[in-house]
Design a binder for this molecule. Structure first.
Ligand code: HEM
Length: 391
């Protein structure tokens, strides 16, 4: 059975033009994320200038929780809550139970857990603070079909780790400790490739595309400029956009391989631009085919997403979602598109505007949720997240 399966696999690969020898050769090449076997003991430090979970190589599982403040919770309550949640997050990331942890055995694995907090417009207003001018709902885009069930929120908590039980436990502890201050507005659960499952530089989304090739690299000056704010209480923090984007896999199925590649401007095989051979090759947007048409079409996603203005760049840190289909569909899948940038209005909005005007990928993608948060800087031991706003 296994041999038959393998042979069938080779047949299928040949049918869609994948060179298995080439793939095997690539397997041997040095690779970055997603290739190191999972080490449950690995800790991402909680304390620091920046919150963890942004320049951290994306973990396999990510849960995004948006909470709404109860009407009576004001600055003092917000401060108390952030102190408790900071303490929980610091302990759990070290593999220690939270205070009054109801399942302490679940806290032992660390699995690169990070907990990242973001403040919505209302959170900052309630604290009596002044937020950055971009801290507001994004402008309406014509492609949007926003569902209030995935839109807005006062406090965002991104909980990410390489183990799903670690994420579930941390989420529960944080929700229990925020219960007397907030109600749950929405929860979105996502995943990427498991550590060690397959050696690839960037993750793949559920369209099968290599996703994450062009992104600022953590630890570089470039990354710092794209991501970190230097503005008042937000200095050392960043702006976060969370868009829930449905990907209509059932209609994508009907598109042939060449159409799929043209819609993005990259190959499905290894994510190389249509003018190159390797994932990291620079796209040549001037190249033309024998008929005189651009090799990377004008309507392709990478052409439309890219700007000549170097300021218009973002850090994409998305997670796939794949929920139970309803109403006769075969899938309810897409991306939890989390993007970080110092200034949402200057960086994210012009990009999303261009994609709204023209992007062939829009045929198979529908934004159904949207929220914007100011992610405060990190803190030192003894401090708490949000202290620059609330202390
Ligand atoms: C690039 C998929 C939504 C911004 C890419 C690439 C893929 C992709 C496959 C090429 C590889 C890479 O560089 O990562 C998708 C899918 C989306 C989506 C499936 C929706 C479900 C968005 C949105 C934005 C965005 C909403 C921003 C508003 C970008 C940028 C690039 C990119 C900036 C890099 C462009 C460059 O080469 O300079 N996306 N994307 N994408 N995408 Fe998206």
């Amino acid at each position: 059975f296994l041999v038959g399966g393998a042979v069938a696999g080779v047949g299928a690969a040949a049918a869609i033009g994948i060179d298995l020898a080439l793939t095997a050769e690539k397997d041997a090449a040095p690779v970055a994320s997603g290739s190191t076997p999972l080490d449950g003991a690995e800790i991402v430090p909680f304390y620091g200038i920046h919150q963890a979970g942004i320049d951290t190589a994306a973990q396999t599982y990510g849960t995004f929780v948006a909470l709404d403040l109860l009407p009576e919770v004001q600055r003092e309550g917000q401060r108390r809550m952030m102190k408790v949640l900071t303490d929980d997050a610091a302990r759990l990331t070290r593999g220690e139970p939270a205070l009054a942890d109801s399942e302490p055995e679940l806290a032992i694995a660390k699995a690169r857990l990070t907990v990242t907090f973001g403040f919505g417009p209302q959170f900052v207003a309630r604290a009596g603070g002044v937020g950055p001018s971009w801290l507001k709902p994004l402008p309406a885009f014509s492609i949007d079909r926003l569902d209030p069930a995935y839109t807005g929120g006062d406090l965002l908590i991104q909980i990410a780790a390489d183990d799903p039980l670690v994420v579930a436990h941390a989420t529960r502890m944080l929700l229990k400790d925020s219960r007397s201050f907030t109600t749950v507005r929405w929860v979105q659960q996502g995943f990427r490739r498991s550590a060690g499952a397959y050696p690839e530089r960037s993750m793949r989304n559920l369209f099968g595309q290599v996703d994450g090739t062009v992104n600022p690299e953590a630890g570089t000056v470039d990354f710092d400029e794209v991501v970190w704010s230097s503005d008042g209480w937000l200095a050392g923090g960043t702006g976060m956009v969370v868009r829930r984007i449905r990907m209509t896999l059932d209609t994508w199925d009907k598109l042939d391989r060449s159409g799929r590649e043209q819609s993005v401007g990259r190959t499905l095989d290894n994510g190389a631009p249509l003018t190159g051979t390797q994932e990291t090759d620079d796209p040549d947007f001037d190249a033309r085919n024998a008929l005189g048409f651009p090799v990377i079409p004008e309507f392709s996603h990478i052409r439309r997403a890219r700007s000549e203005n170097p300021r218009e760049r973002i850090l994409r840190r998305p997670y796939n979602y794949d929920d139970a289909p309803t109403g006769g569909d075969l899938s309810d899948s897409g991306l939890i598109f989390a993007a970080f940038q110092a200034d949402v209005d200057e960086q994210f909005v012009p990009m999303q505007r261009r994609l709204d005007e023209l992007d062939l990928l829009n045929e198979w993608t529908i934004p159904i949720g949207s929220a914007v948060f100011a992610v405060p800087p990190g803190c030192a031991e003894g401090g708490f997240i949000g202290e620059t706003l609330l202390a």
